[in-house]
Ligand binder design. Structure first.
Ligand SMILES: [Zn+2]
Length: 257
């Protein structure tokens, strides 16, 4: 992952995704933006108690920074609902630009659409099949990991678009690392099959779980990237729910031109 600075705003990008022609993506830092503490500065969520005018200004700023397009936001609930944004839905006039889509994963092959996932410690897992020109963005917290929303999304891309997992590239956004993913009640919360991903007494490596689920779904190990940066360890760069319960949400976005 490397840093791109645009005025006072900062985006992170993955080299492997930058190399794919026509692909737009970013993991957006909290730097810059109009929100005041504790949501300072580029909070993109209307659901955390921030001033709606500031959030709208931040979303507009992000759209400019990321080169335009139709930004589709979600209303995430740590479930396994996956929504495909189709040309037909847009033609029907579905209000995807103004009303958040109730889903934890979005898929689209429509040029100009940008799929946004908002996080503060959870993972945003960006997926692209460069041949089929289909992208997905997944909200994956520990509940999503347990439910394998990653594998479910890959299967949906295969079923609906004929995507080939062996050709797909994945990038995991900044999120809670094994350094900070402590689950003191893991025996009640985390199924036993995930216990091999435990680090020390009661920390878990959810990055490695996602890598495992992506390769189990057919992706090549070499085509899975990131993040290597923990949100809790970098609260000046990213919102972290574990670092401060009252906080904002940053976003990862992906789309095709
Ligand atoms: Zn950490």
């Amino acid at each position: 992952m490397f840093l791109v600075k645009d005025k006072q705003n900062y985006l992170f990008q993955f080299s492997a995704l930058v190399q794919i022609p026509g692909l737009v993506h970013a993991a957006v830092s909290r730097m810059g933006g109009a929100s005041r503490p504790p949501f300072d500065g580029l909070n993109l969520s209307h659901g955390v108690g921030d001033d709606p005018a500031a959030v709208t200004a931040n979303r507009n700023r992000l759209r400019q920074m990321a080169g335009g397009g139709v930004h589709v936001y979600t209303r995430q609930n740590h479930g396994t609902s996956i929504r495909t944004i189709t040309r037909e839905a847009i033609d029907r006039g579905e209000s995807i630009q103004t009303v958040p889509v109730p889903a934890d994963a979005l898929i689209s092959d429509v040029p100009g659409i940008r799929l946004l996932i908002q996080t503060a410690d959870c993972q945003a897992v960006m997926l692209v099949d460069p041949q089929k020109r289909v992208v997905a963005n997944i909200h994956c917290g520990w509940r999503g990991s347990v439910a394998d929303i990653i594998g479910r999304t890959v299967l949906r891309m295969v079923a609906e678009f004929g995507c080939e997992p062996g050709q797909m590239t994945a990038a995991i956004g900044p999120s809670l690392g094994p350094c900070c993913a402590e689950f003191i009640n893991f025996k009640d919360e985390i199924p036993r099959q995930f216990w091999p991903f435990r680090v020390g007494a009661n920390h878990f490596d959810f990055w490695r779980i996602s890598r495992h689920q992506l390769t189990a779904a057919g992706l090549m190990e070499d085509n899975v990237h990131g993040p290597g940066i923990c949100t809790r360890c970098n609260p000046h760069l990213f919102f972290s729910y574990r670092a401060a319960r009252a906080t904002g949400r940053f976003a990862a976005l992906i789309g095709v031109r």
